[in-house]
Design a protein around this ligand. Structure first.
Ligand SMILES: [Zn+2]
Length: 180
C-alpha cells in the first residue's frame, strides 16, 4: 500500500504569460493530505516525492488544473433573479447562491435585463505554472487518513473539532472536510 504524506508548501501561481494569479507567500503555506483531492491533480502529481526545502516549477495543463472550459456553462439569466444589487459590469464575479459552496460565476456580458453568466471556474481552460517551495513533508497520521484531510498543530480543524469525537466524524464547521 502506498503511504500517504501530509505536505506543506508555498506557491506562486502564474499563467503561461507570466502573470501572477495567486500566491501563498506573505500568508500561511498550504497543507494538504496526498490523495484527498485537496489541490488540483497536476500540482499534486508535481509535488509528489519532493523533499522539504525543494523549490520547483510545476507546469499544470488546464485539464489537470481547473479543467477545460465548457460553453454549456455560459447562460443568459434575468438579473432580477440574482442575489446582486446595483451596477454590474462584465468581469464582475459573485457567488450564484447564498451558501459557501455555491459556484462563483463571472459576468461575460450585460444585455438589457439579462446577464450572460459564465459558471466555469475562472481558471478553467488556463494552463498554469506553479512555482513551489516545499516547507514540510511528513507521514499522515491514522486520524488524518480516517478524516480524509490534514490536521494542523491544533489537531482536527485547528482544534475546532471536539476531542470527544476522536476517530472521525464532524467538527461542525461547514467548510471542513471532516463533515460526514
Ligand atoms: Zn479531522
Amino acid at each position: 500500500m502506498m503511504s500517504r504524506n501530509v505536505v506543506t508548501f508555498h506557491y506562486t501561481l502564474r499563467d503561461l504569460r507570466g502573470e501572477v494569479l495567486d500566491a501563498s507567500l506573505g500568508g500561511d503555506p498550504i497543507t494538504f493530505l496526498e490523495g484527498a483531492g485537496q489541490i488540483v491533480e497536476g500540482l499534486e502529481e508535481g509535488l509528489r516525492g519532493l523533499a522539504a526545502g525543494t523549490q520547483a516549477k510545476i507546469g499544470v495543463p488546464a485539464a489537470k488544473g481547473y479543467g477545460e472550459r465548457d460553453e454549456a456553462q455560459v447562460q443568459r439569466v434575468l438579473k432580477a433573479l440574482l442575489p446582486i444589487e446595483g451596477d454590474v459590469q462584465p468581469g464582475d464575479q459573485f457567488r450564484a447562491g447564498s451558501d459557501a459552496y455555491a459556484p462563483i460565476v463571472t459576468v461575460r456580458g450585460v444585455e438589457g435585463d439579462e446577464l450572460l453568466l459564465d459558471a466555469n471556474h475562472p481558471l478553467a481552460g488556463v494552463d498554469l505554472e506553479f512555482e513551489v517551495e516545499v516547507v514540510a513533508v511528513r507521514a499522515a497520521t491514522e486520524e488524518e487518513l480516517a478524516h480524509g484531510h490534514a490536521h494542523g498543530e491544533g489537531g482536527c480543524c485547528g482544534g475546532g473539532a471536539s476531542e470527544a469525537k476522536e476517530g472521525g466524524g464532524d467538527c461542525g464547521k461547514s467548510d471542513c472536510g471532516c463533515r460526514g
